[in-house]
Design a protein around this ligand. Structure first.
Ligand code: TYM
Length: 324
């Protein structure tokens, strides 16, 4: 049974892209496959951050994952910084990764990576590789934006195994069939992201229904009225069809034929988004900080058990056997 992992950076409130691209696939498979989900708070330090906000957002992300259906009875849910093995394996993997490799990562460039950026922004994908390899993961359910990072993880695992002997499981990325890249409703050329400068086109999991409806009804479409699924020529409309397709498990091409105009499409998308997100928001509101912290504490213990063994294997392979 393939082991899976997904991580979520607490750099902003979770949005629909996180839900469709990663949370839902994780929730759906968690009773069939061993699953790990974690709050990637160390990754939030790679850009300017407010410590109090990182702490609050970490708990919010954990609460939202629980509210969205992560079952802590089966899934190991924890906060990355509670498990020190991430940091140790990060360094060990830096010793098999090259500067050029890290520098080629698209997200480093997208986030304005340059002389003044934090060194951790450059090495961030190596930390992500450590996150995955610690848990002997076979499948990484992620959106398309993380594809390159999982490729790097594969490369590092293979290289390490070749140089120092079989140590790591080599993982692969798995993407949802529909909507592996949800776009910003106001700017369909951009991905919907929790840190997008304007929130007009971002559907947050905690937005109340009237806000969700307003954002969907104002989504940028294009000239014309006919509803067709054509991501190149009509990206705004295709994005709405992707969202609807993902939320209703239907093919966006087929869905397109069922609408008379953009207004009707938007109203249907708004209903589907609200029907999906409103129960999550309500369940989230019923959780206390203590509920969330106790799940995270137990998850960290379970995660550390596995992770420590992996690090021990890596240390031994590298010749660092002294005393541990
Ligand atoms: P993050 O926090 O940016 O996003 C969390 C997950 O949501 C997916 N996602 C999307 N999917 C479809 N459409 C979108 N618009 C969209 N926006 C986000 C992301 O692909 C991701 O699956 N580096 C990771 C966090 C991480 C991680 C890991 C993930 C750290 N270590 C190990 C998996 C395994 C990140 O920044 O995700």
């Amino acid at each position: 049974m393939s082991r899976r992992i997904s991580g979520f950076k607490p750099t902003g409130p979770l949005q629909l892209g996180n839900y469709v691209g990663a949370i839902r696939p994780v929730v759906r498979g968690q009773h069939e496959q061993p699953t790990v989900a974690f709050i990637a708070d160390l990754h939030a330090l790679t850009v300017q951050h407010d410590p109090a906000l990182v702490q609050a957002r970490s708990r919010e992300v954990a609460g939202l994952l629980l509210a969205a259906g992560i079952d802590p009875g089966t899934t190991v849910l924890y906060r990355q910084s509670d498990v020190a093995a991430h940091l140790e394996l990060h360094y060990l993997l830096e010793c098999v990764a090259s500067y050029g490799e890290a520098h080629r990562m698209i997200q480093f460039k997208e986030k304005g990576g340059g002389g003044g950026s934090r060194l951790s922004l450059l090495t961030y994908p190596v930390l992500m590789a450590a996150d995955i390899l610690l848990h002997d993961i076979e499948e990484v359910p992620v959106g398309h934006d993380q594809r390159q990072h999982v490729e790097l993880t594969r490369d590092l695992a293979e290289r390490f195994n070749e140089r120092y002997g079989p140590t790591f499981t080599v993982p692969r990325a798995v993407h949802p069939a529909v909507a592996a890249r949800i776009a910003d409703l106001a700017e369909p050329a951009r991905k919907m992201g929790k840190t997008n400068a304007s929130t007009a086109g971002v559907l947050f999991l905690l937005d109340p229904p009237d806000v969700l409806r307003r954002k969907v009804m104002r989504a940028v479409t294009d000239a014309g009225t006919e509803v067709v699924y054509d991501p190149d020529r009509h990206p705004g409309v295709a994005n709405l069809l992707d969202i609807l397709g993902a939320l209703s498990d239907r093919d966006p091409h087929v869905l397109a034929g069922g609408f008379d105009g953009y207004g009707q499409l938007k109203a249907t998308v708004a209903d589907a988004v609200i029907d999906t997100l409103e129960p999550i928001r309500r369940r989230y509101q019923a959780l206390t900080d203590e509920d969330i912290e106790s799940v995270l504490a137990e998850g960290a213990e379970r995660a550390a058990g596995h992770a420590d063994q992996t690090v021990r294997r890596a240390r031994t392979a590298l010749g660092l056997t002294g005393g541990r």
